[in-house]
Design a protein around this ligand. Structure first.
Ligand SMILES: [Zn+2]
Length: 88
């Protein structure tokens, strides 16, 4: 049975590296992995060390390779995509 997504929040435990003021906005690094290649999952947190993406560094490297592969395939398809009519 798949876990109920409404219960996932109760499975996440976070620890702060510093004291948090009351009312302070909190954010954390999602470090997503295995995302849809079409989904850039951009991050707009504004932190100096922001990667610009909610994906983990490892996932970003993996996606870069996958996108390069996909681009090569598209070029290949275009090159060999011409259809010929053989009269049958
Ligand atoms: Zn960010």
């Amino acid at each position: 049975m798949a876990p109920d997504p409404r219960n996932l929040a109760s499975l996440i435990e976070a620890t702060a590296d510093r004291d948090i003021k009351a009312g302070e906005e909190l954010s954390y690094d999602y470090s997503l992995y295995d995302g849809d290649l079409e989904d850039p999952s951009l991050c707009f947190c504004g932190a100096n060390e922001c990667r610009g993406s909610m994906y983990s560094e490892d996932e970003l490297k993996k996606r870069e390779k996958m996108m390069a592969k996909a681009a090569k395939k598209k070029i290949g398809r275009r090159k060999h995509g011409r259809q010929t009519v053989n009269g049958s």
